[in-house]
Design a protein around this ligand. Structure first.
Ligand SMILES: C[S@@+](CC[C@H](N)C(=O)[O-])C[C@H]1O[C@@H](n2cnc3c(N)ncnc32)[C@H](O)[C@@H]1O
Length: 585
């Protein structure tokens, strides 16, 4: 089997998928599905809708749980996306071992373990497998979905009938303000919150959100998901441990900064694990967060897949928890690069250089009107070969993948503001201010996850909006563009850019432009850029960059910033970008 083929589904999964398909085809209502599940769980009860009779009984309780998830008539409105077993096991193991290290002399026998949005019990099931046989504590499952909880109970008791007196199921909202009065607080809270935006009109209609509650004043983005994130603070004992699995935006996005600030106040000790491969149907990455009292620190790690245990990940300490985005370091040398440049106070790139977007042609008809191919034999300057109204147009592709040099453009633009009406401007079409194009400038690929910067001294090249343009504000600083190019293309700056560039969604590369202008320039930047200039000039002449020159640039920058270990920074660069920093091969 080729590596690209998806793994064949397990018999449980195959049954669940086919049964859910049949349930959808038969248009079974939520009530009919519920009674069917009830019949499967209590075979003595034969009352069931004839429509449902066509479905064969599930081969296992795991298959039944999967069926419930897939057949759910309103899955996205209720956030019914259950945690895969490997992630559930990791969360349970991490939470229990964190609790044990905080309570070295206590036993896990009497713990209260709570999942306030329990579904069919995957998280509690995983926790059960790490508990002692003589467990006498409580496993508490809450969900608005009664059928899901019935399945959860059956799964928790399967082969563990002695747990019958230790399981509490509550059909209702995990956000109910009276909850802690009834069940107390948890030693361990496990949570995969329903990801249901409360501002979507469709979800507002659903029962989930009509649960009568006083509108809470919660800071940040208000949705069901964040309300659960806030609820863990009261649902967990002061010395308890909470473990969540959420979209990675909780760790990164500016819109969740207030939520991170709240979490930081309540849980000063945090661990965040980024799982790069999407775990649920949506193509988003997930983070597992582990929150507790104790030493004020953030540790983060990332993994391609769910690791077998939390200890298998490489944990790297970062700045203490706060509203700021969590930083997922990939190599132990990265924090020093970041903190060194962060400590450089005062001068920003925008104090001496202007950063601007290239031309946005707007909709397709405007693109066709403004942009045309440049014939291969006219790869020279406009004054020689192009009509006076046309100019060469650089795109990101015209900048060499390693930076430093640009190739000949293959497109031309009719740079004539009279061709763009007000109505067309409203559709996004913008020729921008010509000044930035008609200057010696650096051009940077905008769609890259790192600065990839070339130099354009022709002063007649326009650029498309896949390019950032950087020019000197004072003409006296124009010669320093060479050194700035070497600085921006260096492993140190590229690592800093990746670590500090704000929201790192590949789909929003333009978020970077504002940030690039805020890049700190180190003290003595003029001396540094003057020293780097000749090296950058020699690289701009080469079809492939000379590794020795790249290494020299790297060493000069490390020495200037007092970074002690250039080899470790090269290794960090290799780890993060999967390519060597000083060789191009
Ligand atoms: C993402 S699933 C997680 C289920 C389970 N904990 C797991 O990890 O597999 C979210 C669950 O939240 C439930 N839910 C939605 N709104 C709820 C609410 N207000 N209170 C409690 N549960 C809710 C859904 O029915 C669904 O089972």
């Amino acid at each position: 089997m080729s590596a690209k083929q998806p793994p064949s589904p397990t018999p449980d999964h195959a049954w669940a998928k086919s049964a859910a398909k049949k349930a959808h085809a038969a248009k079974l209502t939520a009530k009919q599905i519920q009674s069917l599940i009830h019949r499967w769980l209590s075979p003595s009860d034969q009352t069931s809708d004839p429509k449902a009779q066509t479905l064969s009984a599930p081969p296992s309780l795991a298959a039944l749980a999967r069926f419930h998830e897939l057949a759910h008539p309103n899955r996205s409105d209720h956030g019914v996306y259950y945690t895969p077993p490997a992630a559930a096991a990791l969360m349970a193991q991490a939470a229990l071992s964190q609790w044990q290290s905080a309570h070295p002399h206590a036993s896990t026998q009497n713990l209260t373990i709570l999942d306030p949005a329990a579904g069919t019990g995957d998280l509690l099931l995983a926790a059960r497998d790490f508990l002692p046989r003589n467990f006498t504590g409580r496993l508490i499952a809450i969900d608005t979905d009664r059928a899901a909880l019935e399945i959860a109970r059956a799964r928790l008791l399967e082969n563990h009938p002695h747990l019958a007196d230790h399981i509490t199921l509550i059909t209702g909202s995990g956000l109910s303000p009276t909850l802690t009065k009834n069940i107390g607080q948890a030693d361990i809270l496990l949570l995969n919150p329903p990801y249901v935006p409360a501002y979507s009109r469709r979800s507002r209609k659903t029962k989930v959100l009509s649960v009568k509650q006083k509108k809470q004043k919660s800071p940040g983005r208000v949705n069901l998901f964040t309300r659960f994130i806030h609820a863990i603070q009261t649902l967990t004992k002061p010395t308890g441990v909470a473990c969540t699995i959420t979209p990675d935006t909780l760790a990164f996005a500016d819109s969740y900064a207030p939520d991170r600030a709240e979490l930081a106040k309540r849980f000063p000790s945090q661990r965040w694990l980024l799982i790069e491969k999407p775990l649920f149907d949506a193509a988003v990455q997930n983070v597992i967060g582990l929150f507790s009292q104790g030493e004020c620190q953030t540790q983060s790690a990332q993994a391609n897949h769910v690791p077998a245990s939390a200890d298998a990940a490489t944990w790297i300490p970062g700045p203490p928890p706060s509203s700021s985005p969590v930083i997922f370091y990939k190599h132990p040398a990265e924090p020093l690069v970041q903190s060194t440049i962060n400590k450089v106070h005062g001068t920003l790139l925008s104090d001496f250089f202007q950063v601007k977007d290239g031309i946005n042609p707007g909709p397709a008809h405007m693109r066709a009107k403004l942009i045309s191919p440049l014939k291969p034999d006219v790869h020279t300057t406009r004054s020689q070969c192009l009509p006076p109204t046309q100019s060469p147009l650089l795109t990101g592709r015209d900048i060499a993948p390693w930076g430093f040099c640009i190739t000949h453009p293959t497109l031309a633009i009719r740079y004539d503001p009279s061709l763009v009406s007000r109505a067309e401007q409203k559709t996004g079409c913008s020729l921008r201010n010509p000044g930035i194009f008609q200057s010696p400038k650096l051009v940077s690929r905008q769609t890259a996850n790192m600065p990839i910067v070339g130099i354009d001294l022709d002063q007649n090249h326009y650029t498309s909006n896949s390019v950032h343009n950087i020019r000197a504000i004072e003409p006296a600083h124009t010669p320093l563009l060479w050194g700035l190019m070497a600085y921006l293309n260096s492993p140190v700056t590229r690592l800093y850019y990746a670590l500090s560039g704000g929201e790192t969604r590949a789909t929003l590369p333009q978020v970077r432009i504002a940030w690039l202008s805020r890049l700190p320039l180190p003290p003595g930047w003029q001396t540094l850029f003057a020293a780097l200039g000749p090296l950058a000039q020699s690289l701009a002449q080469q079809a492939k960059p000379d590794p020795g020159t790249l290494t020299q640039i790297h060493h000069i920058i490390c020495a200037h910033l007092n970074l002690p270990d250039p080899a470790a920074i090269s290794a960090a660069y290799q780890t993060r970008f999967n390519k060597p920093s000083c060789r191009v091969g």
